[in-house]
Design a protein around this ligand. Structure first.
Ligand code: FSX
Ligand code: SF4
Ligand code: F3S
Length: 384
């Protein structure tokens, strides 16, 4: 194991040394300067690098390399496309009172094209995209936010002065990218616009390109999952280990339920029965008011949102399964338990009643495990 880690460490060192030789894309900028201007101490930066390293499931010895990866992030041209979505993914990253180090690093990355953030508009914006693709062919990282409407040859979504379709832009930009990330559930799986009856025939990015796409779902995903993926790419230049839905395992390897701070209450059979009751005040488990944490793979409780302040379950509402394919169709109603709907059989007595009568012990957990399996295997295996 140690030998393997050492090899990985060496590879990452070599890659970073190579990247460092590329000129910085933004002149006169450096991470030192930027952190100083924003009042972030070197110590805090190194602490952040340590936390990111742990999050990426890398040994602690990688922390200085993670810091180095952030330092050379300005050698990496990023093109960020907006397709059919609400811009929540960009907001997740950028909107906070005091931007955390994640947002700062994102700012530091050379965003060659990002419709929400750039000053250019109309013809100029279109030209910027084309010239960025041309200039950085084979070198840029493509991040796509939003589903891809495909009905009427993509005419439901046209962008820019020439009315190019999102479908065309996504295909073209994917063609020459060094790495492609589908940011958010819309781009990963189709999202809200692909929900039944999906009038625009919206699809995931992976359904319209033959290139490998790393899915970073969540509606929206946390800023750490977005930045973590960029750092991973800078460090290794390879695909991370992925699950069946092409989600990086370091972020989506465990269920919300496995990492939940209310889990003790679930195990003890202590549930919120209705919003605002005594159980809610005591922070009991939200399963009976619809929490889909047992069927959802994500690391929200560890990372939280809005500069680590909170996450849905901490705020008192159950998880709605926002990082799962087709969650708008498969996880509803959002405030009712799923297992009771699927497993209200005389044999099991309903996962709910099980929880009431004998506490959620093994039978309850098994029923939920079975329901999770049913949900996951019901999801179409073909491309969304
Ligand atoms: Fe919105 Fe992003 Fe949801 Fe979609 O997030 S937060 S609708 S995942 O593409 O902007
Ligand atoms: Fe947490 Fe939801 Fe699981 Fe309850 S059901 S422990 S609130 S994830
Ligand atoms: Fe989404 Fe559930 Fe996390 S709703 S934000 S995956 S807690």
């Amino acid at each position: 194991m140690i030998e393997k880690d050492n090899l990985l460490l060496k590879q990452a060192e070599e890659r970073l040394a190579k990247l460092a030789k590329f000129p910085a894309l933004k002149k006169g900028n450096s991470i030192k300067k930027m952190l100083k201007e924003k009042g972030v101490s070197r110590r805090d930066f190194m602490k952040w690098a340590g936390a990111m390293t742990a999050m990426l499931s890398l040994p602690a010895s990688f922390a200085p390399l993670t810091a180095k990866a952030a330092e050379v992030a300005d050698r990496l041209p990023v093109i960020w496309l907006h397709l059919a979505e609400c811009t929540g993914c960009s907001e997740s990253l950028l909107r906070s009172d005091g931007p955390g180090i994640d947002s700062l690093i994102f700012d530091y990355i050379s965003l060659e094209y990002h419709e929400t953030l750039m000053a250019a508009a109309g013809y100029q914006a279109e030209e910027n995209l084309e010239s960025a693709i041309e200039r950085y062919k084979g070198r840029y990282v493509l991040m796509v936010e939003g589903g891809v409407p495909t009905a009427l040859e993509g005419q439901y979504l046209t962008i820019g002065a020439h009315g190019k379709t999102g479908l065309e832009s996504a295909k073209e930009a994917s063609e020459h990218a060094a790495a492609i990330f589908a940011i958010g559930t819309c781009s990963s799986f189709g999202g809200i616009q692909a929900a039944n009856p999906n009038p625009t025939a919206s699809k995931s990015l992976s359904a319209v390109t033959n290139k490998p796409v790393i899915n970073v779902p969540g509606c929206p995903p946390s800023e750490k999952n977005i930045v973590g993926n960029v750092l991973h790419f800078i460090l290794f230049g390879t695909l991370p280990s992925l699950d069946a839905y092409n989600r990086p395992k370091w972020a989506y390897g465990l269920r919300i339920h496995d990492l939940c701070e209310r889990r003790g209450h679930f195990d003890a059979g202590e549930f919120v029965q209705t919003f605002g009751d005594e159980g809610a005040k005591n922070g009991y488990c939200l399963y009976k008011v619809g929490c889909k944490g047992p069927y959802t793979f994500n690391n929200c409780s560890k990372l939280r949102f809005n500069s680590h302040t909170s996450w849905p379950i901490q705020a008192g509402h159950g998880c709605i399964g926002c990082s799962e394919p087709n969650f708008w169709d498969t996880m509803g109603p959002f405030e009712e338990p799923l297992a009771s709907k699927l497993y209200d059989t005389p044999m099991l007595g309903g996962a709910d009643r099980t929880a009431d009568t004998i506490g959620i012990t093994l039978l309850g957990a098994a029923a939920i495990g079975m329901a999770a399996h049913a949900v996951l295997s019901n999801i179409k295996k073909d491309k969304e």
